[in-house]
Design a binder for this molecule. Structure first.
Ligand SMILES: Nc1ncnc2c1ncn2[C@@H]1O[C@H](COP(=O)(O)OP(=O)(O)OP(=O)(O)O)[C@@H](O)[C@H]1O
Length: 256
């Protein structure tokens, strides 16, 4: 059954993430300026922007680490202000900064997250085992995270972010600092979750080579969305031969 929300729209058909007229200042400086973003459900969507574009600030607002000063954020139709628990329960996050306790094992880090989400004990035990197996770390479950490689630690963070079965996964520069092989493995894993489990992913990166032609791509530059659509359409719209060239063409002349 389709349940109309307070605004009368359908939550069943709602986008995974709808951001409208979102602006945010820090210390009087505009960091995000009238941002409108739509992330359809069950897609891998790239938030592409150079360092300082505002990607982390945007994620801080979507995760309610910061409170939005103006504009609206809805997650699967749930307004982040009015229905924050329902909205946030749909969300998993992999932060740019490493966020595991290095002195705890992989398994203990996941137990901590399960407790924060109020997961029943049996379900937590099952999901921790499932996720560690899925990311290929079942045999390392009891090892302290301090001894993990960067790629292994990232895989634990992805397992943790997915533990409570969120429908929308936010990844902030999830491959930064990893070698080519680990980067490729992590992107392939996350893309696989979109295909096989209909997960929605918003993948923030400054690395243009992580974008595939069919990916819905949002170009964020100095706090503004300059373009959004399939990467191949963005390239065609400016008559470029690659996304790299299109990105330069779209952002050049927009420097402060
Ligand atoms: N707490 C803060 N105080 C002052 N300025 C900030 C703060 N947080 C972010 N900024 C500024 O806001 C802008 C956007 O930063 P943000 O971290 O959101 O960008 P980003 O796209 O995630 O880049 P990066 O990948 O380098 O983190 C930058 O100019 C940054 O210096």
């Amino acid at each position: 059954m389709t349940v109309p929300d307070q605004q009368g729209s359908s939550q069943e058909n709602a986008p995974a993430l709808a951001i409208r007229a979102l602006s945010h200042k820090i210390g009087g400086r505009t960091i995000l300026d009238s941002v409108d973003i739509t992330v359809p459900a069950s897609r891998f969507v790239v938030l592409l922007g150079q360092n300082g574009a505002g990607k982390t600030t945007l994620f801080s607002l979507v995760t309610r680490l910061y409170t939005a000063q103006s504009g609206a954020i809805r997650i699967f139709g749930h307004d982040l202000r009015q229905e924050s628990s329902r909205a946030l329960s749909q969300l998993g996050v992999v932060f740019q900064q490493r966020a595991l306790d290095p002195d705890l094992s992989a398994q203990q880090n996941l137990w901590y997250h399960a407790a924060l989400h109020g997961m029943p004990w049996g379900e937590a035990r099952r999901r921790i085992a499932e996720e560690l197996a899925r990311v290929g770390l079942a045999a390392q479950a009891k090892r302290k995270v301090r001894g993990f490689s960067g790629g292994e630690a990232r895989r634990v963070e992805i397992a943790r972010a997915l533990l409570h079965n969120p429908r929308l996964l936010l990844c902030d520069e999830a491959t930064v600092g990893l070698d080519i092989r680990s980067r490729a493995d992590i992107i392939a894993d996350v893309r696989g979750l979109v295909r096989e489990r209909a997960l929605t992913v918003l993948w923030a990166t400054h690395l243009i080579d992580e974008v595939q032609p069919d990916d819905l791509t949002i170009i964020l530059h100095q706090g503004k969305v300059l373009n959004q659509g399939p990467a191949r359409d963005i390239i065609a719209s400016v008559g470029a031969s690659s996304l790299n060239e299109a990105f330069r063409s779209i952002t050049e002349g927009k420097a402060a």
